[in-house]
Design a protein around this ligand. Structure first.
Ligand code: FMN
Ligand code: SF4
Ligand code: FES
Length: 564
């Protein structure tokens, strides 16, 4: 069945909406009718697929009128596997397969909550998902459907207004109006550099020629980052819809998602989504009865960090060596097979449908003067609530870490938060009042980056951290240009010397000088930003470097120093 009009979409929405709306109603216990099981990678790795299957079997055997639905990530990964029962949104955490029988009997059959599986803060048990502070303080735009719908069922996405933005664009907006709307929203690229999305589209739109491409960058190579993976696992259609809208705006008829091969579930769900969208005529020829045609394919990347860099990505997608090239020409002018190509990050594209549906002004009202909207972060490290969090730009970083993340584990003290992965830096604990936005982070010597946040405490050594990231940059350097290839290796040697207790004060000057050289003379972003973790730890934690050098002592007790 191919959909040919808005009315067709509305028909699907009307059929599925009551079921989805029931999942949004907080806190009223009634006869259970739906169970949602997170089958995102985090929960799946601790057995949630088995829990999903066991729950289906229990429901069947007991003859219950309850639907069991798999979802993408709820965000609360550290407390997984997550199971939520509706109506009422009763949240169960850390569910084990051998507890499923009890849960089915007690809650699904008898309608009574299972207290031992509820989320707890100290002595207090929280029954309802919407009461848990982790969720209550977030503002979900991109993640609004993640954990709410079945990502393998396009009709559930349509029930949440999915593909209505595309329908709206095709039925009443010119390509220029679409680009203007995205520009007016203030959306900036979420892949790291924060480039204005509308401006990038406008560059590609004015390029002549019938053949253009949209590429979605789903490479996500930063250690500790899993935002893009979770979006694709939890709500893949939002990315496809965003790509189709981008394609309409710039005049492209073909798109690729460049996804890591290490993301099998994301790739599988994307494949299913593409198949389902094609079947309903939401991808392919003459979409929704219009004259606009656009289709999407997947290109698999083999997991080299540098292949996330846009020109390296293009080379890799064309079957060449994944090495960056000199810009200009920019991909918007000459990209895939020499044709104008827009490359956008997964989260960037997933923002687009909501911007079109709700308007540029709605989006621009969230955030700060120059950083609009929301941003997703993956919270990892020494924090109680590890997981995926979406907050409005402008929120103080400390609120995210303490109010949503729950602060450090008992008895520990946060020392710093590493933002921006290997291209970013450490924000010290006493600067966590910094608002989350591109400019404020830059002033502190770090970047928002793609959204990896690693919380460090008094048992983490900042010199060791800098060494870890520098080793990562050295290992992932493609070797094309000397400053990056040789400079990162030399910086690693110095850091190894310092953490072994054999460093000198001259080594610190040498680190500083090398950092400047690698930054300035490298061809691509990998080399240009590789020194950031070293520079920021030198800026805020110089004392730790000096303790290693002068006292042969690692204050955090991490480095195995030999006394010289
Ligand atoms: C070494 C390196 C790795 C990168 N990895 C990614 C990545 O995994 N995902 C991503 O979206 N952008 C990545 N980027 C940024 C992209 O080059 C590009 O700026 C981005 O995909 C553009 O999309 P946006 O404007 O929507 O952010 C990387 C950049 C560099 C220098
Ligand atoms: S900066 Fe590093 S990763 Fe980038 S092109 Fe040069 S050698 Fe390759
Ligand atoms: S993977 Fe289940 S909550 Fe994140």
């Amino acid at each position: 069945m191919s959909l040919t009009s808005l009315t067709d979409l509305e028909g699907i929405r009307a059929r599925h909406l009551p079921r989805i709306e029931e999942r949004l109603r907080p806190g009223e216990l009634a006869r259970p009718s739906q169970v949602l099981v997170c089958t995102g990678t985090g929960c799946a790795s601790s057995g949630s697929v088995e829990i999903y299957n066991a729950l289906r079997q229990e429901v069947r055997e007991r003859g219950l009128d309850v639907t069991v639905t798999r979802t993408g990530c709820f965000g609360f990964c550290g407390a997984g596997p997550i199971v939520v029962v509706h109506p009422g949104a009763v949240l169960y955490c850390g569910v084990k397969e051998d507890q499923v029988r009890h849960l089915a009997e007690r809650h699904l059959e008898k309608g009574r909550v299972v207290p031992e599986l509820l989320y707890r803060e100290g002595e207090t048990a929280r029954s309802f998902l919407f009461e848990v502070p982790f969720f209550a303080r977030q503002h979900r735009v991109v993640l609004e459907n993640s954990g709410l719908i079945d990502p393998e069922d396009i009709e559930e996405y349509i029930a949440r207004d999915g593909y209505f933005a595309l329908a709206h664009v095709l039925s009443g907006m010119t390509p220029e109006e679409v680009t203007r709307t995205v520009s007016a929203s203030g959306l900036r690229g979420r892949g790291g550099a924060g480039f204005p999305t509308g401006r990038k589209w406008a560059f590609a739109a004015v390029e002549p020629g019938p053949k253009k491409y949209i590429v979605c960058n789903a490479d996500e190579g930063d250690p500790g980052a899993f935002m893009d993976r979770s979006i694709l696992e939890g709500n893949p259609h939002a990315v496809l819809e965003g790509m189709a809208i981008a394609a309409y705006a710039v005049g492209a008829d073909e798109g690729f998602v460049y996804a890591r091969i290490e993301y099998p579930l994301a790739v599988k769900r994307l494949e299913i989504a593409i198949r389902q969208a094609r079947k309903l005529g939401l991808l392919g020829k003459d979409i929704l009865g219009s004259e606009f045609s656009f289709d999407v394919d997947i290109a698999l990347g083999a997991g080299a960090f540098v292949c996330g860099e846009e020109t390296a990505l293009l080379n890799s997608a064309m079957g060449l060596r994944g090495e960056p090239r000199v810009r200009p020409p920019f991909p918007a002018q000459a990209g895939l097979y020499g044709k104008p190509t827009v490359i956008n990050n997964v989260e960037t594209l997933a923002n687009v449908p909501a911007i079109i549906r709700r308007g540029a002004a709605w989006y621009a009202a969230m955030g700060t003067e120059r950083s609009k909207g929301t941003k997703i972060f993956s919270l990892a490290g020494k924090i109680r609530n590890t997981g995926l969090v979406e907050v409005p730009m402008g929120m103080p970083l400390g609120s995210l870490v303490y109010d949503i993340g729950g602060g450090p584990p008992p008895g520990r003290r946060i020392k710093a938060v590493q933002t921006g992965g290997p291209s970013g830096g450490a924000v010290p604990a006493d600067r966590l009042d910094v608002p989350i936005d591109y400019e404020s982070f830059r002033e502190l010597g770090t970047i928002v980056g793609s959204g990896g946040l690693i919380v460090l405490d008094d048992r983490d050594c900042m010199v060791d951290l800098a060494k870890f990231y520098m080793q990562f940059a050295r290992d992932e350097s493609c070797g094309r240009c000397t400053p990056c290839r040789v400079g990162t290796a030399q910086m690693v040697e110095i850091l190894e010397r310092i953490t072994a207790g054999a460093g000198t004060l001259e080594d610190l000057d040498e680190l500083d000088a090398l950092a400047g050289d690698v930054q300035e003379a490298s061809l691509c972003g990998l080399g240009q930003t590789a020194a950031n973790p070293v520079l920021s730890t030198l800026r805020y934690f110089r004392g730790e470097y000096l303790a290693h050098i002068k006292d042969h002592y690692c204050p955090a007790g991490v480095c195995n120093l030999r006394v010289h």
